[in-house]
Design a protein around this ligand. Structure first.
Ligand SMILES: [Zn+2]
Length: 215
């Protein structure tokens, strides 16, 4: 998350915003919003569809900022980095920007809504408009755990596949990009597994006869 000095109207501390961002599941909020309002952002008035990828990445076929073609899964949520990004229109940000944009509220209102969802702020004390937003999001928030679990399973499967492939390869001459293409995953992922395997390889021992001796 970028420092929020550019929100001149910000009334809360940046620490509080960081805390809320850490404690909130962006996936949970995105999913709750799409469950209620997804259809209106779809070109063909269809419910949002989601694809689960390894490493806590989730792609949707709708976007709150533009009318997406239903077959393109261009809006994605990176739950680990706590950021969303749309490959179609370029809209991006954290959970704060997501609900500010979706509900046309400011940074303070977004802080209050999210704070109430994670039970940091008493929802009943919020103004009526925010109370409604909080209520509808909270109603569908919390279902993300099952998808996070599925993503974890996919990560484990992919890890095994990549590790098996790498163990059979000549690690010294491996082409990361080609390997990524072949195994249909990101170069970043291959690189991570590659370095992990290298660090596990036993160091070659020096032969006793090659050590210089005193005459
Ligand atoms: Zn978009």
């Amino acid at each position: 998350m970028e420092p929020r000095h550019y929100y001149k109207e910000l009334q809360y501390s940046e620490d509080l915003l960081w805390y809320i961002q850490e404690e909130t599941s962006l996936l949970g909020i995105v999913n709750a919003y799409f469950t209620v309002h997804g259809k209106k952002h779809s070109k063909i008035n269809q419910e949002a569809k989601q694809k689960i990828y390894p490493n806590n990445k989730f792609f949707y076929n709708i976007c709150p900022s533009h009318q997406n073609s239903p077959n393109l899964y261009s809006f994605y949520v990176d739950e680990d980095k706590k950021l969303f990004y749309c490959l179609g229109c370029g809209t991006a940000g954290s959970v704060f920007e997501f609900i500010m944009n979706c509900y046309q509220i400011d940074i303070n209102e977004a802080t209050e809504v999210l704070g109430s969802i994670i039970n940091l702020i008493e929802a009943n004390l919020l103004p009526e408009k925010l109370k409604e937003i909080s209520k509808e999001l909270k109603q569908h928030y919390g279902k993300q755990d099952q998808w996070i679990e599925k993503s974890k399973e996919k990560t484990q499967y992919l890890t095994t596949r990549v590790d098996t492939y790498l163990q059979r390869s000549d690690l010294e001459n491996i082409d990361i990009r080609k390997t990524a293409n072949r195994l249909c995953c990101s170069e970043e992922f291959i690189e991570k597994r590659y370095h992990n395997l290298l660090s596990q390889q036993p160091k070659e021992k020096i032969k006793i006869e090659s050590i210089p001796r005193f005459q």
